[in-house]
Ligand binder design. Structure first.
Ligand code: 15L
Length: 284
């Protein structure tokens, strides 16, 4: 059985993924925070991925990495820099040094959030991030491309919409990603023999999708869910008064907000600003 490292395992997506992948892989689950529950077959390793030594320790001896760790919404630059830019570099570089060939990088719809909602985009469009968080995801995609081309690693970037049991609102009807579709797309990323550098959209088969997800379908993705099944009830719950700019763009509120409450905040330690120079020195 393959051993898969999941970073950021305590977060929302991590929690869904661990439940869906249980029994299919040996899961090494890592986070800076404690996990509410550690399943029998899971190995928990606490780590601060903004430290290269921690990244090296957790990536040793695994077959693939699902790198979920980091900020999952817009936040202050210092936090994004440390968790999403330095942290992502550390995990990719530690994987390379440890001979791990395959990384699944859950990027985000916010890497392309400044595309308009009347626009259908595919995996070849240039990024249009809607936030500092979105920029950090574009950084991860660029780093994945570098590690594929320069080091021959297999890099699989999933621009995730919104994972949950049901779409939360009108915008999410277009980007909803059910947990079982998430598990299927991740399994393709772990198992497909011909991954080099790929961008796919992490969304279910939503009728209202803004994405041409043909690259995922080419790799064998067959989503089982479609938000349309609950569209009427979701729209009935919708509160009026969405910001007009947010309503125009796929990224929604991320296009206007400077800060969005993090549903799964990082502990204080990870939020602390580090001077850029110090952080650079630590990476070498
Ligand atoms: C994301 O990238 C976030 O990680 C998630 O928390 C949601 O905010 C989602 O995007 C979204 O756009 O709904």
């Amino acid at each position: 059985m393959k051993t898969i490292l999941i970073t950021g395992a305590a977060g929302d997506v991590g929690t869904h993924l661990r439940r869906e992948l249980a029994g299919k892989y040996v899961l090494r689950v890592s986070d800076l925070r404690s996990l509410k529950k550690i399943n029998k077959e899971e190995q928990f390793v606490r780590a601060d991925i903004s430290k290269m030594s921690d990244a090296l320790r957790i990536t040793r001896g695994v077959d693939a990495i699902v790198h979920l760790g980091g900020y999952s919404v817009e936040g202050p630059w210092e936090g994004i820099l440390s968790a999403n830019i330095v942290g992502c570099y550390n995990v990719f570089e530690a994987a390379r040094r440890n001979g791990v060939k395959r990384i699944l990088f859950p990027t985000s719809n916010h890497a392309t959030g400044f595309y308009r909602r009347d626009h259908t985009i595919d995996h070849r469009v240039y990024p249009k991030p809607d936030s500092r968080y979105g920029v950090s995801k574009v950084f991860g995609e660029a780093l994945a491309s570098l590690y594929a081309d320069k080091y021959g690693m297999q890099m699989y970037c999933m621009r995730i919409g919104n994972v949950g049991p049901a779409p939360l609102d009108k915008r999410r009807l277009s980007i909803w990603f059910s947990p079982r579709d998430l598990a299927q797309l991740v399994t393709i990323g772990i198992e497909h023999p011909d991954i080099r550098f790929e961008i796919v959209y992490g969304v279910s088969g939503n009728k209202r999708s803004w994405y041409d997800n043909s690259n995922a379908y080419r790799l064998g993705y067959k989503p089982q869910d479609d938000s349309e099944a609950v569209a009427a009830e979701t729209l009935a719950r919708e509160k009026p008064g969405e910001d007009p700019m947010a309503a125009l763009y796929q990224g929604g509120i991320f296009t206007v907000a400077e800060d969005i409450p993090n549903p799964a905040p990082l502990p204080k330690k990870a939020k602390k600003a580090k001077p850029a120079k110090k952080a650079k020195r630590k990476q070498r």
